[in-house]
Design a protein around this ligand. Structure first.
Ligand code: SF4
Length: 894
């Protein structure tokens, strides 16, 4: 059993007594792993919860390092109105009166909320109740719009309701597991670990990875389909046509013939989607010859102009061939965020009401009005995210409250978002961080509690509701989001409906609403808990929905559609015909794809605090195929320029055949806060799926060019620098990396190497201690040393390969002082590449893995046994495989 641990000092802030422990849920991805926090002598010991059905004790590297992200630096401590610290009552009065006066003057549609999958369900419930039930507009949308709203729309069209029918255990019970547009190994790592274990036990479990890129998920793949970006719809429509041709389709299904007719057009295009006929034939053959098939799909499917159709094309194949409603069978949309599903339950998407009630169900809306005691329920859907910010810019929406999200970074076309917020009469941001790219535009900032402080529920990708529990004292005057919202609601005159004594009270109402006139007509039903006591809520153990009132509580995995009961009015399922197939990209285009790195979460406001998580990818990197790199004459590690419509991004390149010719891949985790050039959203245009409104983040046409610059540097300091200390004329390209006890600035400059070195020495000149300097040809390094360790340093060169990322993480570590000093003074720093930490969990460096291979360990298992690498969270196993193949290739060449 892999149980992972990390530690953090809890003194002064824990609500746990010494030797106490608590169970909570990881705040990052949609896997929703259970986490145990133990207070051992004021050290938070973070381990995986062995009893949690999502992870059974496993954690990935992000979860494992949760304890390292508990510091309160960069936290927002007090409310501020127009930059002035303001007591809570006055700040709340201000927000409420401004909302009220704007509504009186311009109508209810002049205000909006933009919320987040980081909120707890209870927070989400209150936000939605206030906006859709009492202010009376549908203008509340969530950042989940950006990651899975196409899957939601596909579910509704096919099943009649937004339902993920399966459990994680179904993936493990399948015989054929298809990962479509999902790099599960990095984005949902604990599920991947569980599949890895299952495949070790059952090698006959076939895994197909459909992805333009060679991702870490290929480790388990029996078949990789490196499909061209944007061609999944053609592939799955082609599969439906193949199933029909082989008489494997139930022709009695609603809509099936029309869909088959449409899908037959796809067969003519299958030659153009980047796959060989043999690959397609193999895939189709496996699909038809395996009874138990699960297709996991994620952002690669959803974030497309045809995301909803793509989701439906996957569902169509399962439904039409009967591969649904049975163990180990079905389509599985896996969510990115920890509580995207919770938001969907309470109607945080602009086009749905709470409790999975739809805007066209007038009878139920009347019942909802009575339930909430309001006659002001929104009459129709509100503005979806992209439309919402356009309405802010045109002045149609005059006040927006943004909760726990950073749209200036995460939305496409961030210049437009910035323009819109700049023009807006009132921007309220409630968040737990003091600064981010969005807060820069806020009139009002309200300190919200962060993970470990707040308390409530979240629902993971398999519909499992778990508790997040508090174990830290709130920082400063931070409050729960539900409390902030209720206080504003009371001040707007809605006190009767917003007086709750805590999250359990809200959960009871949420559960009761799910059962409102339900009688099996809506799948989302947790009315069994409408009377749950606060003690029972506190003792909650994770369970999936549905849990209807009157039935015994189900603690085992549940699966939908086993009885063929769907949730359209006529209780049948629909096969959905897609619109026309999208144009297949030409071979000369260059398409930008975006996604996640293994060790980071969103814009790094939490994961960026843990030095262990910044090692692997300290800077944003664009993956580019050697053919495209050669065309513009750039080499690996060089910084290049990417352009779209006049917007430019400067970013270091990784020349690799892991991406297709004509495709680029850039991670989403950098913002203006940590990279003056790295925010990818400025290149993405606001093109959305017409049904779901989800932006197409995966296929942006761009151009690239070589960038002229003279020198590069790493600057290591203990205190973060401000713009006046490291100015743009010295460092037009700069990325800030958090280290343990300091910061590393990755710099590129137009100055000559010696000039940049002189400038950086000036930046460092306030440091004390002995200054040691060393020069090798056109390579300069310097460091300030004191008895206790390194104080600061810089490395300057014209080379494109300055220092291994992992090495810098040791720079301020007192226990590595001698080593750092020796390397600083006696070696060219670029010679220390072997010191790069390879396995973060067990601190195994690359040299150790190489040595093991050299001494005859030629399998992953042997290397794991010999070095320990790969025995923690397992995330570095794909690195071990890469290293093995590198060593074996170099042996062959030798
Ligand atoms: Fe957290 Fe997701 Fe990792 Fe689990 S897999 S520990 S939920 S980031």
């Amino acid at each position: 059993m892999n149980t992972s641990t990390s530690q953090s000092d809890l003194s002064h802030k824990s609500t746990l007594t010494i030797e106490d422990s608590i169970k909570t849920t990881c705040p990052y991805c949609g896997v929703g792993c259970g986490v145990k926090i133990n207070n051992s002598n004021n050290q938070a010991i973070v381990t995986g919860d062995q009893t949690h059905p999502a992870n059974f004790g496993k954690l990935c590297i992000k979860g494992k390092n949760l304890g390292k992200t508990l510091s309160n630096d960069k936290r927002l401590s007090e409310p501020k109105v127009n930059g002035v610290t303001t007591p809570w009552p006055r700040a709340l009065d201000y927000v409420a009166s401004k909302f009220t006066s704007l509504i009186e003057e311009h109508g209810r549609d002049s205000v909006a909320f933009y919320v987040s999958g980081q909120l707890l369900t209870e927070d989400y419930y209150i936000a939605n109740k206030l906006m859709k039930g009492f202010i009376g507009t549908g203008n509340i949308d969530t950042n989940s719009r950006l990651c899975m709203s196409s899957a939601v729309a596909a579910h509704k069209r096919a099943f009649g309701e937004d339902i993920v029918p399966l459990s994680y255990s179904d993936m493990l019970k399948s015989d054929l597991l298809i990962l479509a547009g999902s790099n599960l190994a990095w984005c949902h790592p604990v599920i991947f670990q569980r599949i890895r274990e299952e495949k070790e036990k059952r090698p006959e479990l076939k895994v197909v990875v459909i992805d333009p890129r060679k991702t870490a998920s290929l480790e388990l793949a029996d078949l990789h389909l490196p499909i061209k970006a944007g061609c999944d719809l053609t592939l799955f429509n082609g599969l439906l046509a193949h199933l029909a041709e082989n008489k494997l389709v139930d022709l009695s299904l609603d809509g099936v013939q029309e869909a088959i007719n449409q899908s037959q057009k796809a067969t003519k295009k299958l030659n153009d989607i980047g796959l060989t006929p043999e690959q397609i034939a193999q895939f189709f053959d496996w699909y038809t010859s395996h009874d138990n098939v699960v297709t996991v799909f994620s952002q690669g499917i959803n974030q497309s102009q045809v995301g909803t159709d793509q989701g439906n094309s996957i569902i169509n194949c399962h439904v039409a061939s009967g591969k649904i409603g049975r163990q180990g069978c079905g389509p599985f949309s896996i969510t990115g965020q920890p509580n995207a599903m919770g938001g969907r339950e309470v109607g945080a998407l602009a086009n749905t009401l709470a409790g999975h009630i739809e805007f066209d169900d007038t009878e139920l809306i009347d019942a909802l009005g009575q339930f909430w005691e309001t006659d002001n329920i929104a009459k129709g859907a509100g503005l979806k995210a992209v439309d919402l910010y356009e309405a802010v810019e045109t002045g149609q929406v005059k006040a927006i409250w943004i909760m726990a999200t950073n749209p200036v970074v995460s939305m496409p076309n961030h210049q437009q978002i910035a323009r819109a917020l700049n023009k807006c009469d009132m921007v309220v941001v409630s968040d737990c961080v003091a600064n981010n790219d969005t807060i820069a535009y806020a009139n009002v900032v309200l300190p919200a509690q962060g993970w470990g402080e707040k308390s409530g529920t979240v629902t993971n990708s398999e519909r499992r509701i778990s508790r997040q529990r508090s174990f830290l004292e709130p920082y400063g005057e931070a409050k729960p989001d539900w409390w902030i919202l209720c206080e504003v609601a009371k001040r707007m005159g809605f006190a009767h409906a917003f007086t709750f004594d805590g999250p359990a009270d809200i959960f009871r109402e949420h559960a009761a609403l799910s059962g409102l006139n339900n009688n099996g007509t809506r799948a989302f039903d947790i009315s069994a808990f409408d009377n749950i006591t606060t003690t029972q809520y506190d003792q909650w153990i994770p369970k999936q929905w549905p849990q209807p009132k009157g039935e015994s509580i189900c603690l085992t995995d549940q699966r939908f559609f086993e009885q063929g009961h769907y949730f359209h009015k006529n209780k049948t399922v629909k096969i959905v015909t897609s619109a026309e197939l999208p144009t297949i990209p030409s071979d000369t285009s260059l398409l930008l794809n975006t996604g996640r790195n293994r060790d980071q979460w969103h814009t790094q406001t939490r994961t960026g605090k843990a030095a262990q998580l910044t090692n692997r990818h300290p800077e944003p990197i664009v993956d580019i195929h050697p053919v495209n790199a050669k065309k513009v004459n750039v080499v690996d590690q060089e910084i290049i320029e990417i352009e779209n419509n006049g917007e430019k991004l400067h970013i270091r390149c990784h020349v690799t055949d892991e991406v297709r010719i004509g495709e680029l891949f850039v991670p989403i985790h950098w913002s203006n806060d940590n990279a003056n050039q790295g925010s990818i959203s400025k290149l993405i245009k606001s093109i959305v799926d017409p049904i779901s409104g989800q932006p197409a983040f995966k296929q942006t046409a761009v151009t690239i060019s070589k960038l002229a610059y003279e020198s590069e540097a790493l600057l290591l300091v203990k205190e973060e620098l401000d713009e006046s200390q490291l100015t743009a004329d010295i460092a037009p390209y700069q990325v800030t990396q958090n280290l343990a006890n300091g910061y590393c600035y990755h710099i590129a400059s137009d100055l000559k190497t010696s000039q940049l070195y002189d400038q950086l020495l000036k930046v460092l000149s306030e440091n004390t201690g002995t200054l040691l300097k060393r020069t090798h040809d056109d390579y300069y390094q310097a460091g300030y040393l004191e008895q206790t360790g390194m104080q600061a340093g810089c490395f300057v060169s014209n080379t494109k390969k300055l220092l291994p990322a992992g090495w810098t993480s040791h720079f301020f570590n007192p226990s590595k002082f001698d080593e750092v000093k020796r390397e600083l003074m006696h070696q060219k720093a670029s010679d220390v590449i072997g010191k790069t930490t390879f396995c973060q969990c067990l601190n195994v460096n690359r040299d150790s893995v190489k040595d093991a291979i050299d001494s005859g360990s030629l399998s992953v298992q042997e290397i794991k046994e010999k070095t320990g690498a790969g025995n923690g969270c397992g995330s570095c196993i794909d690195d071990i495989i890469t290293q093995l193949s590198l060593e074996q290739t170099s042996e062959l060449i030798a």
